[in-house]
Write a protein that binds this ligand. Structure first.
Ligand SMILES: Cc1ncc(COP(=O)(O)O)c(C=O)c1O
Length: 556
C-alpha cells in the first residue's frame, strides 16, 4: 500500500504524508515543497533526524522516500504482512462450511460452464444453510415492506397492501431522517427492540422481556462473537474455557480460535439421537479445570449440524448444571421455528429458566440468540438478528453497549426485517392469509424433506442417520472401509474429506465432511442440508446412495 502511495505521489508531485507538492528531480531525487527537504543524496539539512524502516525513510515533515544503496539501486523490501508476521490466532481459524470442498465445487461449476465434460451436469450444493440460494421463495410481506422502506416513493403505489405501507411508515419514522440508509442507535432501533421484547413475551407465555436487554445484531453470528469477546479473559490456567458441543457449528470453534479462548468439547450422544448428557458435561468441565477456567456453556437448540431438539427436562438439567458450576449460558436458538418431529417442541432457555423459579431466574446469566437467516425466513443476506441478555451485571452491560457502539449499528434493513419477523401480519390484516400460507408451506416442505432424508439415507448399508428432529441438516454416520481410511491418511486428508471430495468429483454433490464439525475419534460423518427442492433432494440422496455403495466396493 505504502509503496503504491509513494509511486502515486511521485507521479503527481505530492508528498504522501505532508501532501505538499514535491519537485521531482531527474535523478529520482525528491524535494518536498512543504519543507524544502530533498533526498539524502542531496545532503538534506535534517537528514540526521530522518526515520528509517525497511529501506524507506521519512523527512521531518513526513516525506517518504526509498533509501538508495551506494550504487544507487533501490533495495527490495519484503512485505510487512506475511504468513509469518500475521496474527497467529487468525491462522488457527477454520470454517469447513465454506472450506476446500466448496472451493472445488465453485471451480467445477466454472468448468461445467466452460463445457468440460463431467459425469453430471450440475453441482448440487447442500453444504450451507442458505435457503434462498437453494431456491426457497421469500415471504411476500417481508419483501413488500422492505421494498417500501428502501424506496418510499412506492408508498403511493396501489399494488402494495395497506398493512405493508403502515409497517413501512412506522419503520421509516423510527429511522434517522426517515431513511433506512441512516445509522441507527447502536443497540438497534428502539421500537424494534420493543417489538422483539413483546415477541419473546408471547413466545414464552407471558414471561416479561425488557427491551433494554435486547441488542439487535448483524445476524446471530455477530451477537455470539460479541458476547464471547466479553467473556474471554485470563492467562494460562485462568484463561476462559468455553464449552461447546461436538459436533458443533464451526462459528464457535472459529471465534474461540480468534479470541484465543480454550475450547472445551462436550460430546453429544449419537446413540441417543444426538442428545445432551449431563454426565458428559460434568466430565468435560472437570477435565478442563486442570488447564483453564471454564466460564461459558454454549448450547445450540435445535442443533446444527445434528438436527436434535432438546427436551424441556434436558434444558432444565443444563440450567441446573450451569448454576452449580458457575457458567454463563449462551443459547443459540436460531432454528426455533424449525421443529419437525412428532413429540418434539421448541422450549426457549429463557422460558425454562424463569419457570424454574427465582433461585435460577434471578441468578443464572444467559444470552440467547435469534436470526432472520433460518426458520421459514431464510433471509441470510439481510444479516438481521438479536440477542437477549438476562442477569448480566449492569456494569458489564454498559461495556457491551460501548462495544457494540464501536461498530455503529447493525444493518438497518436487517433490523427492519427482524421487526417483521417478530411482528408478522395479524388476523384481519390484508397480508395475513398470504403470510400464513407461505410460512406454512415452507415449514411443511422442510418437515417432509427432513423425513425423506432420514428415510432414504437409512436404506443405505453403511450409512446411519438419526431423525432430523429440527434445524435444517442431517449428520449421518458413514462407515468407511479401512483401505479408504489408509489412502486418505497417505494423502494427508481426513477420511471423510477424502470421501466428500470423491463424491463431489463423481456426482457433483457438495457436502461438508464431519471432521469440519468435530466428531468422536474413529467415527466419520458428513453434514448435508435439507434445503434443496424435494425433487433435487431426492436425486441428491439417491446419488449419495449409489456413490456410497460404489465407494464401499471399490475400497473393500
Ligand atoms: C447454529 C447457528 N448459529 C448461528 C448461525 C449464524 O446465523 P446468522 O446468519 O444469523 O449469523 C448459524 C448459521 O448457519 C447457525 O447454524
Amino acid at each position: 500500500m505504502l509503496l503504491r502511495r509513494i509511486i502515486w505521489v511521485v507521479a503527481r508531485g505530492r508528498s504522501p504524508l505532508c501532501d505538499s507538492a514535491t519537485v521531482i528531480y531527474p535523478t529520482r531525487q525528491l524535494k518536498c515543497a512543504g519543507c524544502g527537504m530533498v533526498n539524502p543524496s542531496l545532503q538534506s539539512p535534517h537528514s540526521s533526524s530522518s526515520r528509517t524502516f525497511s529501506g524507506l525513510s521519512t523527512t521531518r515533515c513526513g516525506l517518504i522516500y526509498r533509501k538508495m544503496s551506494e550504487n544507487g539501486a533501490v533495495p527490495r523490501r519484503g512485505k510487512v504482512l506475511t504468513l509469518d508476521t500475521m496474527n497467529a490466532s487468525v491462522k488457527k481459524v477454520e470454517y469447513a462450511v465454506r472450506g476446500p470442498i466448496v472451493q472445488r465445487a465453485v471451480q467445477i461449476e466454472k468448468e461445467l460452464k466452460e463445457g468440460v465434460k463431467k459425469p453430471f451436469d450440475e453441482v448440487i450444493k447442500a453444504n450451507i444453510g442458505d435457503a434462498h440460494a437453494m431456491g426457497q421463495r421469500p415471504i411476500t410481506f417481508f419483501r413488500q415492506v422492505l421494498a417500501l422502506c428502501t424506496y418510499p416513493e412506492l408508498l403511493d403505489d396501489n399494488t402494495f397492501p395497506e398493512d405493508t405501507k403502515n409497517r413501512a411508515r412506522r419503520i421509516l419514522q423510527a429511522c434517522g431522517g426517515n431513511s433506512i440508509g441512516a445509522y441507527s442507535a447502536s443497540q438497534g432501533i428502539e421500537c424494534i427492540r420493543q417489538d422483539v421484547a413483546r415477541y419473546i413475551e408471547r413466545r414464552d407465555g407471558g414471561i416479561p422481556s425488557d427491551p433494554d436487554n435486547i441488542y439487535l445484531s448483524t445476524g446471530a453470528s455477530d451477537g455470539i462473537v460479541t458476547i464471547l469477546k466479553l467473556l474471554v479473559a485470563g492467562e494460562g490456567r485462568t484463561r476462559t474455557g468455553v464449552m461447546i458441543s461436538i459436533p458443533q457449528y464451526p462459528l464457535y470453534s472459529a471465534a474461540l480460535a480468534e479470541l484465543g479462548a480454550v475450547q472445551i468439547n462436550y460430546y453429544l450422544n449419537e446413540e441417543k439421537c444426538w442428545s445432551l448428557d449431563i454426565s458428559e458435561l460434568k466430565r468435560a468441565v472437570e477435565a478442563a479445570r486442570q488447564h483453564c477456567n471454564p466460564r461459558v456453556l454454549c448450547i445450540i437448540n435445535p442443533g446444527n449440524p445434528t438436527g436434535q431438539v432438546q427436551s424441556r427436562q434436558c434444558i432444565e438439567d443444563v440450567i441446573r448444571f450451569a448454576a452449580k458450576e458457575g457458567l454463563f449460558l449462551m443459547a443459540d436458538e436460531v432454528y426455533q421455528d424449525n421443529v419437525y418431529a412428532e413429540g418434539c417442541q421448541f422450549h426457549s432457555f429463557k422460558k425454562v429458566l424463569f419457570e424454574m423459579g427465582p433461585e435460577y431466574s434471578s441468578t443464572v446469566e444467559l444470552a440467547s440468540f435469534h436470526s432472520t437467516s433460518k426458520c421459514y425466513m431464510g433471509e441470510c443476506g439481510f444479516r438481521g438478528g438479536y440477542m437477549e441478555v438476562i442477569n448480566m451485571d449492569p456494569d458489564v452491560k454498559a461495556q457491551l453497549t460501548k462495544l457494540v457502539s464501536v461498530r455503529l449499528c447493525p444493518p438497518v434493513p436487517g433490523q427492519a426485517l427482524m421487526d417483521l419477523v417478530v411482528n408478522p401480519p395479524q388476523p384481519g390484516e390484508p397480508s395475513y392469509a398470504t403470510f400464513i400460507k407461505e410460512r406454512t408451506a415452507t415449514l411443511r416442505a422442510l418437515a417432509e424433506k427432513a423425513k425423506m432424508t432420514e428415510e432414504i439415507l437409512n436404506t443405505v448399508p453403511g450409512i446411519s442417520c438419526n431423525p432430523v428432529q429440527g434445524a435444517m441438516y442431517s449428520f449421518p454416520r458413514i462407515s468407511l472401509p479401512e483401505r479408504a481410511v489408509q489412502e486418505a491418511k497417505a494423502k494427508g486428508v481426513a477420511p471423510d474429506m477424502f470421501y466428500c471430495m470423491k463424491l463431489l468429483e463423481e456426482t457433483g454433490i457438495c457436502l461438508v465432511p464431519g471432521s469440519g464439525f468435530g466428531q468422536k475419534d474413529g467415527t466419520f460423518h458428513f453434514r448435508m442440508t435439507i434445503l434443496p427442492s424435494a425433487d433435487k433432494l431426492k436425486v441428491l440422496l439417491n446419488k449419495v446412495k449409489e456413490f456410497h455403495q460404489r465407494f464401499t466396493q471399490q475400497y473393500s
